[in-house]
Design a protein around this ligand. Sequence first.
Ligand code: SF4
Ligand code: SF4
Length: 404
Amino acid sequence: MQRVCIQFVLLTAAVIGLSFASSRLWGGKPEGLTDRGPLVVEDTMTVAQFGQHNELPPALLKKVFDLKSPADSQKSITAFGMSNEEIGRKTEGLLALHAEHGSKNWVKILVKFSLWLAFLASVFVLMVRRRVTARNRKWLLLTAVAIFGVALGSDPSPMGTVKDAIVLLGARGVIFPPRLIAFGVFLLLVVFANKFICSWGCQLGTLQDLVFRLNREKQDRKNSTRQFKTPFAVSNSVRIAFFGAIIVFAFFWATDIVESVDPFKVFKPQTLGLGGAAFVGAVLILSLFTWRPWCHLFCPFGLVGWAAEKISVFKIHVDYHKCVACGACEKACPSTVMGAILKRDRAIPDCFACGTCLETCPAEAISLKAGKRSEPPAGKFALDIVETETSTVKQRPSKDKGEN
Ligand code: SF4
Ligand code: SF4
């Protein structure tokens, strides 16, 4: 436990310290919406006066009133067939888009997506060839944390594309197209290969995973100090409820409930308040004992990705001709998903394509490949063997068979 604690403290201190330095190097873009206070719209105003009073750029005024010539800006705002409410709404929406655009560091975004694609492609090849081992997994995770989190920051992230899109639509009534494109890319990656972006690309996901692996024995098959697997019905119910709360607060109260506790801010620590720091600390400490707590309990992309992975082309398969029903993969998997895949349960939890099961199987019966999963032969796991604390064996009934 002492070794785990020391490694944990060193890792988090390095991530926070280096992220602090790197986020300052990237410059002062706010990467978030600024609150300007209410707009002033009065019938007596001309377009130019409306712009001056509310400090609006000319390009934005042109879009709000569809101005055809400079002379149009001397017309009264009532001359354009819109009520004051409509003018206010349209201006607020365009201002939100303007702020979104201005807050992005487009060079960094381009670099990050290029590196994501290159890194994920490399890990994918390693995984298909069964080369992701206990030994190199930690290095791969550390590389992902260093590049996509520490060096390239908290934004963009798969989680941000979902959460920010909901908040922007709910609070300001607008859609920011570049975010939809990013979301589409992340979703396509899930459809291609089973939450690969979460497993190996997401800065927070890889950090939680790396922390979790610190508390595993050398072979990465079981914990060093006690770890637990949360039942999927519990974690997914919490995640669905949280997703619903994000929507309700955004649409009814124009509020972003994630903002103050956003754990991605660990890569931009100067923006973390006291509550946020406490929450991030709790997520990271919990990661020592349970796998990816934020992903399973709260992340909106985690939920959307879980739904999308039902149609993933590449996913974990079991070859039942080779499988000796020893249950080693189920025990080694950091969550309950391998047990569900193995026995084709009705509900399959999130598989983060971490590759632990591939390496663990003594019969090389597990692979990451394309196609539909096959069914286990009848009775294959009827006498399911489980290890107890005294190394005796027990029997338990096989579970329901189901989809996917
Ligand atoms: S589920 Fe986890 S890995 Fe995936 S986007 Fe959310 S935080 Fe990142
Ligand atoms: S089944 Fe479990 S161990 Fe295997 S890749 Fe998925 S999450 Fe990892």
